[in-house]
Unconditional design. Structure first.
Length: 95
């Protein structure tokens, strides 16, 4: 049994985190740190803009990947399941 890692609010491809390029930095560290038997739990708000821009890259990363959808994760579950092994929908939207 491997380790469990938790990450959240990455907002990959967003304009907020341009310098340094945190999208590349996170993926580089993920590839260097996580092994195939580890579990990654992403706590939501995975991308700014379209998830399709990073879905392939996430698919290529090691580990069993779980997404807990955030309020910015607006794609259909089927799209996320192309990159994650599990998708959960447990956030509370405050009006």
């Amino acid at each position: 049994m491997g380790r469990t890692y938790v990450i959240t609010d990455t907002h990959f491809n967003g304009r907020v985190y341009l310098r340094p390029n945190y999208t590349d930095l996170i993926f580089e560290n993920w590839a260097a740190t996580v092994s195939a038997d580890d579990t990654i739990i992403h706590g939501g708000d995975i991308a700014s803009g379209k998830f399709t821009k990073i879905s392939q890259r996430i698919s290529e990363m090691p580990g069993y990947k779980i997404l807990v959808r955030g309020n910015h994760d607006c794609s259909r579950d089927e799209k996320y399941l192309e990159s994650f092994q599990e998708v959960q929908y447990t956030y509370v939207k405050d009006n």
